[in-house]
Ligand binder design. Structure first.
Ligand code: GN1
Ligand code: MG
Length: 384
């Protein structure tokens, strides 16, 4: 069976010492006890540090190193994250009056910033650890799907009144699927690692769907759907879920919060939450778009975001799952052809495995798109 929650690993003495050294630069109380690695995400490196206070109680913290190959301006990323976490904390307290929930907060670092420089260089930050929760790489039931989608819908609502001028575009054209398409075709022609010969069917799969990559961009350009502040990386392991109640407690990974389309966020949920298989599953018969999971996503998302989405956004919810699966597959394939520079890989051909499972998801959605759209219309009518 596919393990569902993201794994946590012990680390050796040298890494323990580095974690301690970094943690001790943040304004956290007590003494360092232990550190461990949290294996989650393809970009940043994440550790958890446990501290003991004078009274003997233990407190955990999340330390994260920003990947500077991906985020060329990590200080701008930190400015965005500061702005978003402060705004959410403010809004949850003052507007929503929801004092019981857990939200992400940054701890101040030595030197007056919200980040510090680690022993080997690099920008590190420290967050509170959201307790009693786990992140899931594969979702277990429809309640989790409903909860996750509602949490991301609420997140879009929470950041909806952030002034766009406060948020920098930390990765330009992040969801510009047309440019992602063009870059793939260019690298396939140049073929710097001699790998293009092995991916003919995958390239053909993408070419046949060329028109799809311009659909959401066209809606944005024509004003049919609005630019919003969006999360942009709503894969299912970017929401903390209470391990007892399955309630979604807190949205994490705020590095790509930028202006975008609401559909990017919903689409990535469809890509990652409707299949019982891992993102890199090699047995493609296991990669399936499960209708009950999709239905739970629609219910959860519209319960939180139904009031502010417009008709055109609603009409494209099912399509958004297809587009983001296609776009993510294109990105994995591009990285494979470019020599695996962007996403962390754990074996040869890893990006190609990931690409193939994304394309299987595209095909699954195409097969069921009509039924998916019908379900969305039904829920939408019920809400108006
Ligand atoms: C990366 O960091 P992580 O694993 O949450 C990537 C996303 C992709 C995702 C694919 C900054 O997200 O865009 O959809 O991998 N993040 C960045 O699993 O590129
Ligand atoms: Mg991320």
């Amino acid at each position: 069976m596919v393990p569902t929650t993201s794994p946590v690993h012990p680390v050796d003495a040298e890494i323990q010492a580095s974690i301690a050294q970094i943690a001790n630069q943040f304004a956290i109380e007590g003494d360092f006890v232990a550190g461990e690695e949290i294996e989650s995400g393809h970009i940043n490196s994440t550790y958890r540090a446990t501290f003991e206070t004078g009274s003997g109680s233990q407190q955990r913290y999340i330390l994260q190193r920003i990947n500077e190959k991906v985020f060329k301006n990590p200080v701008a990323v930190m400015r965005n994250v500061e702005c978003v976490t402060r705004h959410i904390n403010w809004k949850v307290l003052r507007v929503k009056r929801d004092l019981g929930g857990q939200t992400l907060s940054l701890y101040p670092g030595r030197g007056g910033k919200s980040w510090v420089i680690g022993p080997g260089g690099g920008i590190w930050r420290c967050y509170n650890s959201i307790e009693g929760c786990a992140t899931y790489d594969v979702i277990e039931n429809t309640r989790q799907a409903y909860q996750a989608a509602r949490a991301f819908g609420s997140f879009q609502d929470l950041v909806s009144d952030l002034p766009p001028s406060e948020i920098e575009e930390t990765i330009p054209d992040f969801h510009h699927s047309r440019r992602r398409y063009e870059r793939l075709m260019k690298v396939a022609d140049a073929d710097p690692y001699g790998r293009a010969g092995s991916v003919g069917p995958e390239l053909e799969f993408v070419r046949r769907r060329e028109d799809d990559v311009s659909v959401i961009l066209g809606l944005l350009d024509s004003g049919l759907i609005p630019w919003r502040i969006t999360h942009n990386d709503t894969k299912i392991n970017n929401v903390m879920i209470d391990t007892e109640t399955d309630e979604a407690v807190c949205v994490i990974d705020l590095d790509t919060v930028m202006p975008g389309a609401s559909l990017y966020d919903f689409g990535d949920l469809v890509r990652t939450a409707t299949s019982p298989a891992a993102e890199d599953e090699k047995d493609l018969s296991k990669v399936i778009m499960q209708m009950p999971m999709f239905e739970a996503l629609v219910d959860g998302y519209l319960d939180a975001a139904g009031d502010f989405l417009n008709e055109s956004e609603i009409e494209h919810l099912a399509f958004s799952g297809k587009l983001i699966s296609l776009e993510t597959g294109i990105r994995f394939l591009t990285d494979f052809l470019e020599g695996d520079n962007y996403f962390k890989v754990h074996h040869e051909g890893h990006n190609l495995d990931r690409c193939r499972s994304q394309f299987k998801m595209v095909a699954e959605i195409e097969r069921q798109q009509e039924a998916m759209e019908k379900f969305v219309r039904k829920v939408w009518r019920g809400k108006r």
